[in-house]
Design a protein around this ligand. Structure first.
Ligand SMILES: Cc1cc2nc3c(=O)[nH]c(=O)nc-3n(C[C@H](O)[C@H](O)[C@H](O)COP(=O)(O)OP(=O)(O)OC[C@H]3O[C@@H](n4cnc5c(N)ncnc54)[C@H](O)[C@@H]3O)c2cc1C
Length: 536
């Protein structure tokens, strides 16, 4: 297809101004590259710009979920809470944009519509929805692993008379639910954070649950200043130790190196209890095989169900809130009073697994079990994760190869970074990398640094393009699959597998081998002259 001539030329075009896009821009400028970010939203911050629902906050501690690339930044920035809330994370993203003078390299409110690889010039022609276009040597997709909200196609949704909100697309002005009857559909991470707060405001809250969620307490609170000072006394060392942890965080509390099956019942109970008191993801490290072995997993799952039974007073509600799948198979939620919320007299739980939603009506919704009325509807229905954003684009590589064709059976790539047929295109924190299984900022910094080194290598060797080979891609797909098979992650229907989206191919998308092994692998590939990639 003939394209209009691009209006501007840059060395690197970056899609997205979340943490990935911000750091990529800073890094590219440091290398002397002329780089430009296109961001669909009117502000920077990505996830933390869009997800403003009540209770939105990080579930990895802020001293860990933050940039490490600049010592002065990490020393000077002060988090207020153990787990930063969304407004603070958004302030942090804006601070980074200002501090490093990035704003003049970011085009806000500019959605990239597509990009076509132009063979004669060996460059990408990138089109924005506005009609503008750019020619770029490198195209970096920093468009986010969780940036395309899943809007389920409920019959009658348009008929609902009241407001409908999606957690990932929350209004910027405050939403007041007081004296209103509210419904929440979904019980994943966002719902688990939002429900306790909505329940305190609303006159009535009805939660429609398809699959019960495991949630561990955050024990959030003000950040302990002594702890902060201790970390900051050797922040670089702390970051380095975290990078050697499976998920890129948690070096102060390494997993217990013992199998749950080797411990006595009392020892297990004590270990689970100790980690439950610490909170967050700590419980999944109580033994070294909880995410590897279904028998071990069943022990910790039952421990958490016991907690649910102890917290939730009504036995039927407790039963319904108790998940039956393997724990950790879907992302573990980190909560502040989630289960206890169901003890409130104004909250009820409706099982839409047994009695599915038939349609939304003007006054509420109808399931196969009955009619429900409410004034406002909250969709906490998650994301078309990891591939959704790229698959919505008109992205075409060599010979007009479309991304939808390339990925029709799943997101083939090499190292998660490159795609055969799409030269000089890099993907940050997407499928095929540890992405959502890590502290994502660690994953982002690693990818940006790797991309920068790769470009420096190309330039040093007088090369123009790099692209994954098809053989390396096929081997990598098997590597990603094999890593998942060694875990419990294939034992349930999760968004990691694409199972939350109708018609999406089932392929396990993130790499479950742990960040250190993955980072070593990427380093080895670079050291060996980018073996597995075709360089020209
Ligand atoms: C509610 C929520 C909580 C989370 N909590 C954690 C956590 O505790 N720990 C953790 O490690 N991770 C967490 N994550 C994952 C989070 O997405 C990452 O940590 C990180 O913010 C990703 O940054 P990013 O820059 O890669 O992507 P994003 O922050 O998603 O930014 C991508 C940007 O690209 C833009 N974009 C997309 N398509 C286009 C286009 N076509 N044109 C122009 N712009 C485009 C989007 O508007 C967005 O601003 C959470 C995610 C969500 C949704």
């Amino acid at each position: 297809m003939k394209q209009p001539a691009p209006t501007h030329a840059v060395d690197m075009l970056i899609v997205g101004a979340g943490f990935a896009g911000l750091y990529m821009l800073h890094k590219a400028r440091g290398m002397g590259l002329d780089a430009l970010v296109l961001e669909a939203a009117p502000g920077v911050g990505g996830t933390w710009y869009h997800n403003r629902y009540p209770g939105a906050r990080v579930d990895i501690q802020s001293m860990e979920y933050s940039f490490s690339f600049d010592e002065a930044l990490q020393q000077q920035w002060r988090w207020s809470e153990r787990y930063a809330p969304q407004p603070e994370l958004l302030r942090y993203a804006n601070h980074v944009a200002d501090r490093f003078g990035l704003r003049d390299g970011i085009r806000l409110s500019t959605r990239m519509a597509g990009a076509h690889f132009d063979e004669p010039s060996q460059r990408w022609t990138v089109q924005a929805e506005s009609g503008e276009s750019w020619s770029a040597r490198f195209l970096v997709m920093a468009s986010g692993p969780l940036s395309s909200p899943n809007l389920p196609d409920f019959a009658g949704l348009k008929d609902f008379a009241g407001p409908v909100y999606h957690t990932a697309n929350w209004p910027h002005e405050p939403v007041d639910f007081s004296a209103r009857r509210v419904a929440v559909i979904g019980t994943g991470s966002s719902a688990v954070q939002a429900i306790p707060i909505i329940a305190r405001q609303a006159s009535e809250l009805t939660v429609f649950q398809r699959t019960a969620a495991y949630a561990a307490p955050a024990h959030n609170g003000p950040l302990d200043r002594e702890f902060e000072a201790r970390i900051k006394a050797d922040y670089a060392g702390y970051r380095a130790r975290n990078r050697r942890m499976h998920g890129g965080f948690g070096s102060l509390l390494p997993p217990n190196p013992v199998s749950a099956l080797a411990a006595s019942a009392d020892e297990r109970e004590a270990a689970f209890e100790q980690r439950w008191k610490i909170g967050g993801f700590a419980i999944l490290g109580a033994f070294n095989d909880l995410l590897l072995n279904e028998q071990s997993n069943a022990l910790v799952a039952e421990f958490v169900r016991g907690k649910i039974r102890a917290i939730v007073k009504h036995p039927d509600t407790a039963q319904l809130l108790s998940p039956t799948h393997t724990i950790g198979c879907k992302r573990l939620c980190v909560d502040s009073g989630y289960y206890d919320t169901f003890n409130r007299p104004n909250v009820r739980l409706v099982d839409i697994n047994q009695a599915p939603i038939e349609r939304i009506t003007s006054k509420g919704l109808r399931t196969s079990g009955g009619e429900f009325e409410f004034d406002a509807l909250v969709l906490a229905t998650g994301f078309d994760a990891m591939t959704g954003t790229m698959m919505r684009l008109d992205l075409r590589g060599r010979d007009g190869l479309r991304i939808q064709e390339k990925w029709h059976a799943g997101p083939l790539n090499y190292l998660g970074l490159g795609i055969a047929g799409f030269p000089n295109l890099f993907n940050i924190a997407g499928p095929g990398s540890t992405s959502a299984f890590t502290n994502v900022i660690v994953a982002i910094e690693h990818h940006v640094d790797w991309i920068a080194d790769c470009i420096a290598y190309l330039d040093a060797h007088g090369l123009h393009t790099i692209e994954a080979s098809e053989q390396a891609e096929a081997a990598w797909a098997e590597h990603v699959n094999a890593a998942a098979r060694r875990t419990v992650f294939l034992s349930c229907n999760s968004w990691y597998l694409g199972a939350n989206i109708e018609g999406k191919p089932r392929m396990f998308m993130p790499l479950a081998e742990g960040f250190p092994r993955y980072a070593d692998h990427c380093a080895q590939v670079a050291h060996d002259g980018y073996v597995g990639f075709v360089l020209q």
